[in-house]
Write a protein that binds this ligand. Structure first.
Ligand SMILES: C[S@@+](CC[C@H](N)C(=O)[O-])C[C@H]1O[C@@H](n2cnc3c(N)ncnc32)[C@H](O)[C@@H]1O
Length: 457
């Protein structure tokens, strides 16, 4: 009870109780003991002795139970985890928010910070953490930054000028545009970086390729090196962050993308696909009428026969509508009919407890997206993601993105030109061998193709 009260007190400025609960629920992933040991092994390689260690988001203090140091301080927001932890001598767990710590002289920062997507961060949490970091480092993280970026930067701010940060974070930080400010900060300071990409089964629950990332402030040579874990636990050196000697596919800048008539845009995030998109069965049961209440949409191309290159009426009916896929998006660009209103009113509120829905005046009121010329899956395993010509005017939702501004005549040839590309060595794997192309990487390819083929005429 006391611990619940303490958690409420610590998080009261973060946002609604639902958004805080969602955040805390997403945070609770513990680090396997062998990874904790591996982090300490990297530290030992670089430091003969360690005085002070900080751990932000320390959980049950498992990083304190391995490794040699004089003093360890872990910050953990959840007091129940602090209360039950068994700690060695010299270690303390403080039931406090990590961003309340005013430390700048730790030798080492260790840990495994929470992986919580930007859209699931309580607004107050983000504002407090961002303001604290701007004040301490001058760095303003991207609005798209995941929680671990804030903790990573906090670790860099809390270690002394020759200190070391050794943390478990997603491998993608080496290439994602949302982590650019963090990478620039490290580069500007000339710190050494080593990133060890871990096997995908390291964390069962988190679908992200993890890494042990080491930033050594002492070396100051500004070298970055990348390694990949093999099945036998050994590591091989990677030539670049993507693994090939050619490096990661370039991200087009906002200016380049907006100057181009042919553009990829992210799939709609309606807030909850569970109720704002429907299967054919759900639509029929709710009495919703095609075109008046709902329009066709594609939320995944995974089930689509790979030989299909056009999303025709027949393909849509056979492979989405009759296959039980989510294939209808509710219309928000007109006053809802009594049927649609009845459907939305019947949705229990626990079905839309996402920050996107909760931050809207009307929980389901997303802006209706345009109709793209092509639909592209952003996740893929082979040489290139699935691409189809959108001949039925389906909306792109979720991980399916849309390509806009291609004339009717050129749709087939742009899709074929994309399909002919092999991205195997240009994209950093995201999870379980799954690669993910980012919108601005797709825009780089489109700029090249559109340059070759002419655009929307
Ligand atoms: C991914 S878990 C890692 C726990 C532990 N360090 C481990 O490696 O197993 C992240 C932890 O951060 C805690 N946490 C989240 N936000 C926090 C904050 N603002 N201040 C302190 N701890 C926080 C969560 O409660 C959770 O226990």
């Amino acid at each position: 009870m006391d611990e619940d009260l303490s958690l409420n007190r610590l998080t009261e400025g973060w946002g609604s109780p639902e958004s805080v609960e969602l955040y805390l629920d997403r945070c609770q992933v513990d680090t396997p003991s062998k990874i904790v040991a591996a982090v300490w092994a990297h530290i030992r390689e670089r430091r003969a002795s360690v005085d002070t260690v900080v751990d932000f988001g320390a959980g049950d203090g498992r990083f304190a139970r391995q490794g040699q140091y004089k003093r360890y301080i872990g910050y953990e927001i959840d007091a129940t985890r602090c209360a039950t932890a068994s700690l060695p001598r010299g270690a303390t767990l403080l039931p406090q928010c990590a961003f309340s710590a005013k430390i700048d002289d730790a030798d080492i920062c260790v840990g495994n910070p929470p992986y919580v997507r930007n859209q699931d961060l309580p607004e107050g949490w983000r504002q407090e953490a961002a303001a604290c970091l701007v004040e301490r480092t001058g760095v303003k993280l991207s609005g798209l930054a995941n929680a671990w970026q804030y903790f990573f930067l906090l670790g860099l701010a809390s270690t002394k000028p020759d200190g070391l940060v050794a943390i478990v974070i997603p491998y993608e930080w080496v290439s994602r545009p949302s982590a650019q400010a963090l990478r620039n900060f490290i580069r500007q300071n000339g710190w050494d970086v080593r990133v060890y990409r871990l096997l995908d089964d390291t964390f069962n629950r988190v679908l992200t390729t993890s890494s042990i990332t080491i930033v050594d402030k002492r070396e100051g040579s500004g070298r970055w090196a990348f390694f990949e874990e093999g099945g036998d636990g050994s590591f091989r050196v990677l030539q670049t962050e993507a693994g090939s000697d050619r490096g990661v596919l370039k991200y087009s800048t906002r200016r380049e993308s907006s100057a181009s008539a042919v553009r990829a845009k992210r799939g709609l995030s309606p807030g909850t696909q569970e109720v704002l998109t429907l299967t054919e069965g759900e639509r029929v049961r709710s009495g919703l009428v095609v075109d008046t209440d709902v329009v066709p949409c594609v939320t995944s191309l995974r089930g689509l026969d790979p030989t299909r290159t056009v999303l025709s009426e027949k393909v849509f009916n056979d492979q989405f509508r009759l296959a039980g896929a989510k294939c209808w998006l509710i219309r928000t660009d007109r006053k809802p009919s009594t049927r649609l209103k009845a459907y939305l009113d019947s949705i229990p509120s626990d079905k839309y407890q996402t920050s996107t829905c909760l931050n809207r005046e009307c929980w389901w009121g997303f802006t209706m997206p345009d109709t793209p010329a092509l639909l592209v899956a952003t996740g893929f395993r082979g040489a290139f993601p699935k691409v189809v010509v959108n001949s039925i005017g389906a909306r792109a939702v979720g991980s399916v993105c849309g390509i806009y501004g291609v004339s009717q005549k050129k749709r087939g040839s742009v899709a074929a030109a994309l399909r002919a590309l092999d991205l195997t060595e240009y994209i950093v794997p995201h999870s379980n061998g799954l690669k993910k192309i980012e919108i601005n990487q797709l825009n780089t390819l489109l700029n090249t193709i559109a340059g070759e083929k002419g655009s929307s005429k």
